[in-house]
Each structure stands twice: as C-alpha cells, then as structure tokens.
Write a protein that binds this ligand. Structure first.
Ligand code: SF4
Length: 268
C-alpha cells in the first residue's frame, strides 16, 4: 500500500498530486534534478573504462576503484588491447586497491575473451545488439550480476536500462514505494515505468550534490532521452544515499527528499 502524502509535495513540487508510487518517483527525480543539476555519471574517458570500473566497483568504494584505474592508465593498459596482453599477475597487482583483485583480474580477462570471441574485439559491434540479448550474454559472464550488466549497458553502451543499487533500494523502501522483498527485476521495472513519461523538467544549470562529478568524455556522450533520465536518476539517488539516506541512521531532516516521505514516517 502506498502512503504518500500529497500535501507534503505541494510545498516543493509542481508535479502534483503524486498519488501513485510512479508519480512519487517522478517527483523525486524532479526535486533532485532541479536542486543538483547534471551529475555527470559515469566518470570515465572511454566505454571500456566504464566497463572496467563496473567490474572493479563491486564490493568496494569508488575511491579504491579510482586508484586502480589510475594505475592501469599509468601502465598504459586501460584498453581492450592492454587487458588482453597484460600478464594476469601484473594485472592483479595494478588493481589491488579495488579488493578481490585476483577474482577481478580473472573476470576482466574473461570479459575481453568474450568480446574477442563474440564480437571480434569490437565494443561497437557488441553494443549494437538488442538490449535484452546483450543483457543475457553479459549476465552469463562470471562475476556479472544485474547491477554490473545494467551499468555496462547504460553507462558504456547508452542502452535505456535503469541501474538498481543498494542506495536505490534503501531509499525506495524507506519511502514505501514497493514491497520490501521486491527482486531486482521488479525494482528496475518499477523505476523504468515511473521515469518513462514525457517530462518537462529543467535541471539546475550547475552540477552539485554529493555524487556529482566533473564532466568527462563519457558523461557528455549523446544519449536518447530515456537513457539520459535513467543515467541522471541513478547518479542523483547515489548522492542521496551517500550523504543522507545512511544505512544506520538516515538524515531526513537535511535531505532534499524529506517532503516526499510518507506521512506516517517520522522525519529523523
Ligand atoms: S534520508 Fe530520509 S528523506 Fe532522505 S531519502 Fe532517506 S528516508 Fe527519504
């Protein structure tokens, strides 16, 4: 059951009343986008760098990933050819900061082997595949779960697919947007449905917010409108999750989404 309180939204949003969970999602996007502007996710120079980052970010924080990426770049192996040719022990050493480095090194090698085998080493050919087909293929690779597959599809391939992470789930559950035990696919479908409307939201011109990045070649790539909205919403929710919607104690009182909290949930 959805307990959203339209009166709270009237204070901040022009998308009113938002009486359904889908409207609530739209109101969240509108509120955050107008407050924080473009988030410039994913910070990367190339599509392959996004893919490597998507593997490395599993079970660690982005600072550790950045360090590993920097080392790969300095060693001039942050490319398909580079990962293909580098001895695995050396690769492990370079990505050590990201944790689970042996497993991750092997999986990066496996990705390049898959790319070579199926698409002649061409990301362009790989990303030209229909979204569902390519998603299935990626999910068949060792170490690629739905979040990693969807990050690769959305941020490296510009496929319109929403990425569900821990922050998305936590924020949505606290706002009672769907039942707590909803699986990944249900949450993804929920967000894709909520954001798949024609919208006339003008984001803040300047980037701000806890998860915003400087513009990068990949964040500035041209995207179709749906992919752009999914991209921005994920970055915005990461910002909320990092600074306000903390696991142990949410900081609702300072959070830009506090006016959208269900009426019976106390503002902490
Ligand atoms: S911190 Fe509070 S208001 Fe902000 S997203 Fe989390 S539950 Fe909602």
């Amino acid at each position: 059951m959805y307990f959203g309180h339209p009166c709270r939204s009237l204070l901040r949003l022009d998308i009113v009343p938002h009486e359904t969970p889908a409207e609530h999602v739209l109101a969240m996007y509108s509120s955050l986008s107008r407050a924080w502007g473009p988030q410039h996710w994913w910070p990367a120079r190339t599509r392959f760098e996004v893919i490597v980052g998507a593997y490395l970010t599993q079970n660690t924080n982005w600072t550790n990933v950045e360090l590993a990426l920097k080392k790969l770049r300095s060693a001039r192996v942050l490319s398909i050819a580079g990962i293909r040719k580098i001895p695995i022990r050396r690769l492990e050493k370079l990505i050590r900061s990201s944790g689970y480095f042996r497993q991750k090194a092997r999986r990066l090698k496996l990705f390049v082997a898959f790319l070579d085998r199926k698409y002649g080493g061409s990301l362009e050919r790989m990303f030209a595949q229909p979204t569902a087909k390519l998603r299935d293929e990626l999910l068949g690779l060792e170490g690629v779960g739905p979040e990693t597959a969807d990050s690769i599809l959305l941020y490296a391939g510009q496929h319109p697919i929403f990425v569900v992470d821990t922050y998305t789930r936590r924020i949505s559950e606290r706002h009672e947007l769907f039942p707590a035990k909803s699986n990944y696919e249900e949450v993804r479908a929920f967000y894709e449905h909520g954001l798949s409307v024609e919208m006339n939201i003008v984001p803040a011109p300047q980037s701000s917010g806890p998860a915003s990045h400087l513009p990068s070649p990949m964040s500035l790539v041209a995207r179709e409108p749906l992919a752009r909205v999914f991209n921005e919403m994920h970055g915005l929710l990461v910002g909320v999750g990092k600074k306000y919607c903390l696991k142990a104690k949410p900081r609702c009182d300072e959070c830009p989404l506090k006016l959208l909290l269900p009426a019976h949930v106390p503002v902490t």
